[in-house]
Design a protein around this ligand. Structure first.
Ligand SMILES: Nc1ncnc2c1ncn2[C@@H]1O[C@H](COP(=O)(O)OP(=O)(O)OP(=O)(O)O)[C@@H](O)[C@H]1O
Length: 315
């Protein structure tokens, strides 16, 4: 997979405040890459650095082999950006806004017409093409923003909180569109607080913490690194000391009691048959067992608890 975005030792200081503190990123073509982290951890600043909209204090950025600061127009032509608050000309219609974008992107009228139609259809705004953008809901504005990205036939789309303020159906539609675009080879970088959404759509994620990347990888890699396992099995059983019975069980990485007779077992595979066998052979009565994959929410909470712990120790 070819690398389309690379940063090395990227630093951004605002006066004495360090917003981004030495970030190394490498994102491949066609990835959907998630930037996650609490408010103020440096996600938006990183995005602005990738776009050449702010100058790094130190380090380097390469986007499609270009330096965004030195070649801003070339980068702008090939990278679509959906900021948190998208600015459109509210008095103009959706189609007029897209016409304006097309002109800025250097498209001729003949090229622009069919591309605008296609982009409007793709984001399901065909019916509202001639309505003034002032009348659009937040979801419609987000879709119009994506239509701009499509219109430019961008190689990379950078989306800052693309689903914030969207209802569940609009969120789902946007996620489907993001998935489809990545399958067609577009690289997508998005920041979000909605971890469940990130989990479904991202190939890899980076967890930001105080201007640094604390963890980076696939959701499965992160869950094994932070939680030890990739699955959680909840077991209800009577007459058995589950931690003792599962002490040396394969794929079991941890057992925690939730209530009398109820445990959470962290595993790195579906270990239900082995757990059931051991409970029964130890003379226990198995009442129920369920399995689910660990969620990014759990990784996130555990990771930031550990980070806070480190901070408190240092203080
Ligand atoms: N123009 C600026 N001048 C001074 N400080 C800034 C500026 N922009 C950002 N910061 C500071 O840099 C830090 C990182 O901000 P950034 O917006 O990148 O965080 P974020 O992770 O995107 O947060 P959020 O989730 O709230 O969008 C914050 O402490 C913020 O206050």
């Amino acid at each position: 997979m070819s690398t389309v975005i690379e940063t090395k030792g990227l630093v951004k200081r605002y006066g004495r405040h360090v917003a981004v503190d030495g970030i190394d990123l490498s994102i491949g073509k066609g990835e959907v890459f998630g930037l996650l982290g609490p408010n103020g951890s440096g996600k938006t600043t990183t995005i602005l650095l990738l776009l050449g909209l702010t100058e790094p204090t130190a380090g380097s950025v390469s986007v499609l082999g270009l330096d965004p600061l030195r070649q801003p127009l070339a980068v702008k032509r090939r990278v679509g950006y959906l900021p948190d608050q998208i600015g459109f000309y509210d008095a103009l219609t959706a189609r007029e806004n897209l016409n304006y974008t097309a002109r800025l992107a250097g498209l001729s009228g003949a090229e622009a017409g069919p591309r605008i139609e296609e982009a409007l259809q793709r984001v399901r705004l065909g019916h509202a093409a001639d309505r003034r953008v002032a009348t659009f809901s937040r979801g419609m504005r987000q879709r119009l923003g994506l239509a701009e990205v499509l219109l430019k036939k961008a190689d990379i789309a950078i989306l800052d909180e693309p689903t914030s303020g969207l209802d569940p159906q609009s969120t789902q539609e946007l996620l489907e569109l993001i998935g489809a675009l990545s399958r067609e080879g577009m690289t997508i970088v998005l920041s979000s607080h909605l971890l469940a959404m990130v989990q479904t759509v991202c190939t890899r994620v980076a967890l930001f913490s105080r201007g640094r990347i604390g963890l980076c990888g696939t959701v499965a890699e992160l869950t094994s690194e932070v939680l030890g396992g990739t699955h959680v099995v909840e077991v209800e059983a009577n007459g058995v000391d589950l931690p003792a019975v599962l002490a040396d069980a394969p794929h079991v990485v941890g057992v925690a009691q939730l209530a009398p007779g109820r445990w959470r077992v962290d595993t790195d595979a579906d270990a239900r048959p082995e757990i059931a066998r051991r409970v029964v052979s130890a003379g226990g009565a198995l009442a129920s067992m369920s399995i689910r994959q660990t969620t990014l929410d759990e990784v996130y909470v555990r990771f930031f608890e550990a980070e806070e712990g480190k901070q408190n120790e240092a203080a």
